[in-house]
Design a protein around this ligand. Structure first.
Ligand code: GN1
Ligand code: MG
Length: 359
């Protein structure tokens, strides 16, 4: 691997030499490496999964577009600070922002943000509040992006109806035994599907503004300083046009789950209401332009985003784990069970959630 990475990083315009590397394992799709060089800054080198992202070049174009936009918005800050708050990509030697290898994989490199911490779940209300501020700020700073300039690299990414259809197709091809084993999850999906299609319907009816959204605001995509200030929202692979709820709901999905996304012991799963309040406070401290229609659908989005993820994990389990990286055979099934258990906890607190958002 070392030789490959050395060769690839050499395709980029960086001022120092490759020294060593570490694999960064937190993503489910791409391969990501920390490249240590003879002098700082270090770099994060990423190989895009071409099966998941057949439009890898456009994906990189989106990332560059959004980073440039954010850099421009923060141009009053010192360069060093900008590099801590926005992903800064290195140009390749051919002046593009990518390198395409002989196997057709696209690579990109960004400056590694030093002294930053990531979390798999929130540890206290300050972290939840800061995460709210960071995701709200992202939407606020990008609200003037004309989404016509952004490629849709994955169609219907957060469409419940499309995800449900994919689940039904996978179910048709699944063995009797698998179906028997996952009866409970299938029942959960069938009994919830109607309620979960509310966002789809509102989008179809054009009731919600289409914005630039991040689409993967899980807590591990937010870098924090040692003092627990949110620094940067990373992993802009899925920036696309979408609705505010995709980012709000997905962040709460991980921030308010008392357990990790991969936790198998469902007794550890609960919905942390205090973290939800802090996250929401932080979010609306930064994001000021939500419409009443958007606000009306915030509570249900807290259920919809874990539902989409549960549905996607479960479908991938039925498809024999072809999409998400897994470590053991039922990994995706366990992830789905985790998401559905979280929804049950959200339902128990739902009236309080609705009341809190309305006030
Ligand atoms: C995937 O690869 P990663 O970890 O950034 C997925 C997201 C999910 C997330 C769940 C392109 O993101 O949609 O929310 O897993 N990305 C894609 O952890 O499918
Ligand atoms: Mg991602």
């Amino acid at each position: 691997m070392k030789d490959v990475l050395k060769k690839v990083i050499d395709k980029f315009q960086i001022p120092s030499e490759f020294e060593s590397f570490e694999e960064l394992n937190s993503g489910h799709i791409n391969d990501t490496f920390l490249i240590k060089t003879t002098q700082k800054p270090y770099y994060v080198l990423q190989r895009i999964n071409k099966n998941v992202f057949p439009r890898s070049k456009e994906l990189i174009e989106n990332k560059i577009y959004v980073s440039k936009h954010l850099q421009h918005k923060l141009k009053h800050l010192a360069q060093e600070e900008i590099q801590q708050k926005v992903l800064c990509f290195a140009k390749a030697k051919d002046n593009t922002f990518f390198y395409e290898d002989n196997d057709g994989y696209f690579w990109n490199a960004s400056i590694f943000i030093e002294d930053s911490i990531t979390y798999l779940k929130a540890e206290n209300t300050q972290i939840a509040f800061e995460a709210g501020k960071k995701t709200g700020e992202f939407l606020e700073l990008t609200k003037d992006i004309d989404v016509a300039n952004i490629h849709t690299i994955l169609e219907d990414f957060h469409s419940v109806s499309v995800r449900y259809h994919q689940f039904k197709t996978a179910l048709q091809n699944a063995s009797e035994e698998t179906i028997k084993r996952s009866k409970e999850q299938i029942c959960f999906i069938e009994s919830h599907i109607k309620e979960m299609q509310q966002l789809d319907t509102a989008i179809e009816q054009k009731l919600l503004p289409l914005r630039l959204t991040h689409n993967d605001t899980k807590i591990s995509n937010i870098l924090f300083s040692k003092e627990n200030k949110a620094l940067c929202l990373i992993d802009t692979d899925t920036v696309m046009k979408g609705v505010l709820h995709f980012d709000y709901g997905d962040a709460i999905r991980t921030i308010c789950n008392t357990a990790d996304e991969d936790e198998r012991d469902i007794n550890k799963i609960a919905f942390n209401f205090e973290f939800f309040k802090s996250y929401t406070q932080g979010f609306f401290q930064e994001f000021k332009s939500a419409t009443q229609q958007e606000i009306n659908l915030l509570p249900v989005s807290i259920k919809i985003l874990p539902f989409i993820m549960g549905l996607r994990f479960f479908t991938d389990f039925l498809n024999n784990n072809v999409y998400f990286k897994t470590v053991y055979e039922t990994h995706n099934l366990d992830r789905a069970i985790n998401q559905f258990a979280l929804i049950n906890h959200i339902e128990n607190k739902y009236q309080e959630i609705v009341k809190c958002i309305a006030t």
